[in-house]
Design a protein around this ligand. Structure first.
Ligand SMILES: Cc1cc2nc3c(=O)[nH]c(=O)nc-3n(C[C@H](O)[C@H](O)[C@H](O)COP(=O)(O)OP(=O)(O)OC[C@H]3O[C@@H](n4cnc5c(N)ncnc54)[C@H](O)[C@@H]3O)c2cc1C
Length: 315
């Protein structure tokens, strides 16, 4: 088991999610530079502006809607409608060739946490949206998340992927089971995105020490790189990016069968370097009304930013 002591990152996250700071930040709208640095905006149009700006510079995108979990079925339908509209807008913008656009989604957004028929309904919505995306050359990536048991997400992925091979999955290395999932998925040809994940201290089933998570990342990326599917290296960690490239070269994996994914606004110089040398550089582009928790996490990932967030909110 990991350390029971809160990490510096946990403490920073507590500061960043302080309710007064959140209110102040939200009241300041999205205009401040620190918000704009990490979040495209609240509307689909703002996400499209960023996606098209990135596409013009040779980057692929994975767009995600930041929204609170729905409390009822009308809320679920509203969220599914937003993703449908996003797929249509990406299509209209012509981001349909060579995997130019992907949409990252979570089962909880489609009502998997509502109980009753929630889980089945969430799978049905994901199926419908994956089909819609596939018709237009846009892929979906299902994220393993904290709100829903990983068993539920991974099982739904296996079930849906049988008929919808364009669907990908995002696994967090901090989850102890991910290494086994990576081995299971490696031979299937599935597209797998591997992140470090964001576990708070004391979470069951997770590695919590940074060094443990880094080692777990290496153990999970290896079978994926040796495997048959597209590999998405989603980390800002220079050492892990380099290690993944070295492993890929060692096993003779074609560069076109893997890609790198970094967050909008994070390590932009690395994003340019990867894109300029001709590898697929996909940028994770978040938008939506519920942007504050996302911003708080980005700030906690980069301690220098906490002062800037406080300055921005005149706290
Ligand atoms: C594209 C993408 C998608 C992700 N999706 C998920 C998900 O769905 N679920 C989940 O749980 N986790 C996800 N993660 C992981 C998540 O972002 C975590 O916050 C994780 O703690 C950070 O991992 P890291 O790769 O940045 O490595 P870290 O070890 O945290 O950072 C590595 C280095 O990156 C640089 N860096 C990191 N953040 C910043 C910043 N804000 N500003 C400047 N430099 C920075 C620093 O130099 C740092 O030393 C995702 C990560 C990426 C890249």
């Amino acid at each position: 088991m990991g350390s029971a002591r809160p990490t510096v990152q946990d403490t920073l996250l507590r500061v960043a999610t302080d309710a007064r700071l959140r209110r102040a930040a939200e009241n300041r709208t999205m205009s401040h530079e620190i918000v704009r640095r990490y979040v495209a905006g609240e509307s689909i149009s703002s996400a499209m502006d960023v996606a098209q700006w990135l596409a013009a510079r040779g980057r692929a995108v994975s767009v995600t809607h930041l929204v609170a979990e729905p409390q009822d079925l009308p809320g679920v339908e509203k969220r599914a409608k937003r993703v449908r509209k996003l797929i249509r807008r990406l299509t209209d913008a012509g981001l349909t060739d060579d995997g130019a656009a992907d949409v990252s989604v979570r089962l909880s957004t489609f009502g998997a946490g509502l109980g009753g028929q929630g889980r089945t309904g969430a799978r049905d919505r994901l199926r419908e949206l994956t089909e819609l995306g596939a018709e237009h050359g846009i892929t979906l990536t299902l994220e393993v998340e904290d709100a829903i048991s990983p068993d539920v997400t991974v099982e739904a992925f296996h079930e849906l992927r049988a008929d919808h091979p364009t669907l990908g999955i995002s696994l967090p290395a901090c989850l102890r089971r991910t290494e086994a999932d990576a081995h299971d998925l490696a031979g299937t040809g599935a597209r797998v995105r591997l992140t470090k994940g964001a576990a708070a201290a004391r979470e069951e089933g997770h590695f919590t020490r940074r060094s443990e998570v880094d080692k777990a990342y290496v153990r999970a990326i290896q079978p994926l790189i040796e495997g048959a599917g597209r590999v998405v290296v989603a980390t800002h960690d220079e050492r892990l990016i380099h290690l993944s490239e070295t492993l890929a070269a060692h096993v003779g994996r074609p560069r076109t069968s893997m890609e790198f994914q970094l967050r909008y606004g994070v390590r932009t110089e690395k994003q340019a370097e990867i894109a300029d040398r001709g590898d697929t550089m996909r940028i994770y582009v978040p938008f939506g009304e519920d942007w504050y928790p996302y911003l708080a996490r980005r700030v906690a990932d980069s301690p220098r930013e906490i002062l800037e967030l406080m300055r921005a909110t005149a706290f």
